[in-house]
Design a protein around this ligand. Structure first.
Ligand code: DGY
Length: 333
């Protein structure tokens, strides 16, 4: 049908292909252009496909910048299959009347599970312990072998007290941990005590980062940050790789300035197997799996589709990050 909106989707979505799946809903309502490669569409393909598109459903791997937006004259909506949206130039979208939506709320618990899994894995040295068995390095039981760090009763410092952080703090309370948090504002109801960053860094046994990536947070976990942590403390990052100065982290791990780190996000992604980060001691890594469960990814896909279809139907769904763009959209098109 000629009058159906044309939508480009940059990866096969979770949830299958039935009529009520995320893809099925898109097929029913749009002229769907689906990129079914395992890797992201190359930049020139994205540019070519968006030249015709009214809407695009992106992953965090697609950069939506000024050049791309200028090559996409019909675009009305960018729907990101992620809560983070640092891959999208939102102000540039707003100027062009393009609404941007994301997937808040549906991945908080799942990502908090991952942050806590990483915290426990680093504290109790699980990857190292598993390697020891597989490599035949498991000797007789010894009272000083493979000792980790106590989680129960320890202090957790949370940097960036948003929804995911709050879910992490609740888990920490279940482990009898004291929770401190640092953020620009007091967060009423946050399960922890507010602290300045220096207070939090000096007092915490575990530090978990949950800030969005932006100009203010890029590189904020730097040499000074690690120097202010306890030498016995473990650093956990499930937010975005570039909030960490990775060279400073490698140095902090090598020098014993901090006791360990557990990362679900890093720079670059994917991280090459020969990257120097992987030579750092006491490091646990996961390949950006924070929201990666069947259930959560299906919920994210449905929410991203709802945001996209809502905008194409002329609404401004609650997930729209720049509702002010709707006015530009209405008057200019
Ligand atoms: C997000 O949503 O921003 C995560 O990084 C991917 O789930």
């Amino acid at each position: 049908m000629a009058d159906r909106p044309r939508v480009f989707v940059s990866r096969v979505l979770p949830g299958g292909d039935s009529p009520d799946s995320p893809i099925g809903r898109l097929r029913a309502a749009t002229d769907l252009d689906l990129w079914d490669g395992g890797d992201p569409p190359p930049a020139e393909v994205l540019r070519e496909r968006l030249a015709q598109a009214d809407g695009v459903l992106t992953m965090l791997t697609e950069r939506i910048d000024v050049a791309l937006l200028d090559a996409a004259p019909h675009l009305r909506v960018v729907s990101n299959l992620a809560v983070g949206f640092d891959n999208i130039d939102v102000p540039a979208c707003t100027e062009r009347g393009v609404l941007v939506t994301n997937t808040p709320g549906v991945l908080d618990e799942t990502t908090a599970d991952m942050a806590f899994a990483l915290l426990l894995a680093a504290a109790r040295r699980l990857p190292e312990a598993e390697r020891a068995i597989r490599e035949g390095a498991w000797g007789q039981w010894h009272p000083t072998w493979m000792l980790g760090h106590q989680v129960t009763g320890a202090t957790l410092g949370i940097v960036g007290p948003g929804r995911i952080a709050s879910a992490v703090a609740r888990r920490a309370q279940g482990f009898g941990m004291k929770v401190l948090y640092h953020g620009r504002r007091e967060v009423p109801g946050f399960p922890g005590e507010r602290a300045t960053l220096p207070e939090l860094l000096a007092a915490s046994d575990f530090i978990s980062v949950h800030v969005p990536l932006n100009a203010e947070t890029a590189g904020m976990c730097n040499a000074d940050f690690f120097a202010a942590m306890k030498q016995s403390a473990i650093f956990v990052n499930t937010a975005r790789g570039p909030v960490v100065d990775q060279d400073a982290l490698i140095e902090a791990l090598r020098s014993g300035q901090i006791a360990g780190a557990a990362l679900d996000v890093m720079t670059p992604e994917p991280l090459p197997a020969d990257h120097p980060l992987l030579t750092a001691p006491h490091l646990v890594v996961a390949p950006h799996l924070g929201s990666a469960t069947e259930e959560t990814r299906a919920r994210m896909a449905h929410l991203a589709v709802s945001g996209l279809l809502g905008v194409l139907a002329g609404d401004t769904p609650a997930t729209v990050l720049n509702p002010e763009a709707a006015a530009i959209h209405r008057s200019a098109r």
